[in-house]
Design a protein around this ligand. Sequence first.
Ligand code: NAP
Length: 256
Amino acid sequence: MRLQGKSAVITGAASGIGKAIALRFAEEGARLVLADLGQTPREGGEHTLDMIRAMGGEAVFVEADVSNAADAEAMVASAVEQFGGLDIMVNNAAIGVGKPLLETTEEDWDRVMAVNAKGVYLGCRAAIARMVTQEPRDGVRGRVVNISSQHGMIRSPNDFAYGTGKAAVVYMTRQIAGDYAEQGIVCNAVAPGKILTGKTGDAISPEAISYSEARTPWPRLGRPLDVANAVLFLASDEATYITGENLMVDGGWMAN
Ligand code: NAP
């Protein structure tokens, strides 16, 4: 029970990696605000909220668009109202359009940046505004974990706006960690490599899979639980004196 009694907001918690983070946090005793556009998992299957409640966990679902400031504030307000405060913020929701520069329209750019970059800014701002008012425990007032990507560090093949937005997440993580360390805010990122979430479409096209397999030294591609375990560590009290870090969970992709 590494998160016993802690409250957390997780964005994009209906599907994929966000769902795995939510289930892992619930197993460890966290009380959760699950934020997403809707409850239907992209990959199909049961709703996260139903699964957590069936486990005996505590969670609420908040319909929220992370690119909207009022929604970001409502996610945090829900944690405060339901659970008395906010210990952990996980900014996970993101989108891609799968286009290189010359095909990226202004609308594509604006939408991806609104979710992947502005959404993280708004989520961090709403969460940290609350966290800095809380009493510190062992010097920590709150923990933020942003989900970046290996494609925030290196080129994202044919997804110009996505990679640029993810680079912004890595930058924001460092900047926030430095600016708010004195106030007891811990801010880290987790950068997944290729993670098979069960969703269909371009993400698992034969080209995408063979590219990912060629780039990944570990003899399998990633699973949502690989990422969830790393997020759990950074969200827990076990992660001491670690801030501003971007932890790769990529089977060695970036080492290769
Ligand atoms: P996913 O399966 O596409 O799930 C993303 C979730 O976020 C969906 O439930 C989606 O809702 C929701 N969402 C999208 N836009 C939103 C918005 N504006 N406000 C609130 N929620 C929104 O994604 P994933 O593969 O689990 O990826 C999760 C995170 O890991 C993302 O940050 C992604 O960039 C990162 N990542 C993933 C991989 C990978 O290989 N899977 C690799 C590197 C990094 P809808 O279904 O309604 O759109």
